[in-house]
Design a protein around this ligand. Structure first.
Ligand code: DX5
Ligand code: ZN
Length: 222
């Protein structure tokens, strides 16, 4: 990939690693520190073995930031909630292929009908070939570099090959789709992810665990 084709890398801090008792302050702080999007991990305790927050959190955060809200739905039957998250102010809604295998395209269409950018996520062990035909329908494609459910896990470098392949197809076909990676992103792995063509890096612990968030975001962007 030539340098001219490379758009600026964006950092999406995941509020999963924020102090939930100070969520508003945490979001304002990362916005000031240079975050490009706010990544919101919605977990239902069914699709993943953890529970976080839902629609009201998105609506409340919408009121205090002008950054795009990147909502990552780790829930079963996502189609039931798409409209609600859209109305709450989500800018991106990303659903998991593994949660809507039978109706992936109709869920992506529903997200777009709600006026929101549509994202599709795949787990580290899901082959990209299973969803390749969905790529023209995605505004965002999310490659999970950990198994979803928890922050602070180790980056699975096997997924880099998948990223390269996806980016290549996006460029060759001129698809209007950004490539995002989520899980285990830090100073070292961010370089690997960018090298593999990722446009948006989600980072939870690397940003919220840092003493100097501005510096942490700058390092990830380099
Ligand atoms: C995991 C979530 C991630 C998580 C990333 O299921 O989707 O967004 O917060 O956290 P780190 O960056 O700490 O791996
Ligand atoms: Zn996430």
């Amino acid at each position: 990939m030539t340098e001219e084709k490379r758009t600026e890398i964006k950092i999406a801090p995941s509020v999963l690693s924020a102090d939930f008792s100070k969520m508003g302050e945490c979001v304002v702080a990362v916005e000031k520190a240079g975050a490009d999007l706010i990544h919101m991990d919605v977990m239902d305790g069914v699709f993943v073995p953890n529970i976080t927050f839902g629609i009201k959190m998105v609506a409340d955060i919408r009121k205090i930031t002008s950054l795009p809200l990147d909502c990552h739905l780790m829930i079963v039957n996502p189609e039931k909630y798409v409209k609600k998250f859209a109305n709450a102010g989500a800018d991106y809604i990303t659903v998991h292929y593994e949660a809507c295998k039978e109706n992936t395209l109709s869920v992506l269409r529903l997200i777009k009908e709600c006026g929101v950018k549509a994202g599709l996520a795949i787990n580290p062990d899901t082959p990209f070939e299973l969803v390749e035909n969905m790529l023209p329908h995605c505004d965002l494609f999310l490659v999970m570099s950990v198994f979803p459910g928890f922050g602070g896990q180790k980056f699975i470098s096997d997924v880099l090959e998948k990223c390269l392949k996806i980016k290549d197809i996006i460029i060759k076909n001129n698809y209007n789709c950004v490539l995002e990676i989520d899980g285990g992103i830090n100073e070292q792995t961010s370089k690997l992810a960018v090298g593999a063509g990722c446009d948006i890096l989600v980072a939870g612990s690397a940003v919220f665990g840092a003493e100097d968030q501005k510096k942490a975001i700058e390092i990830l962007k380099r």
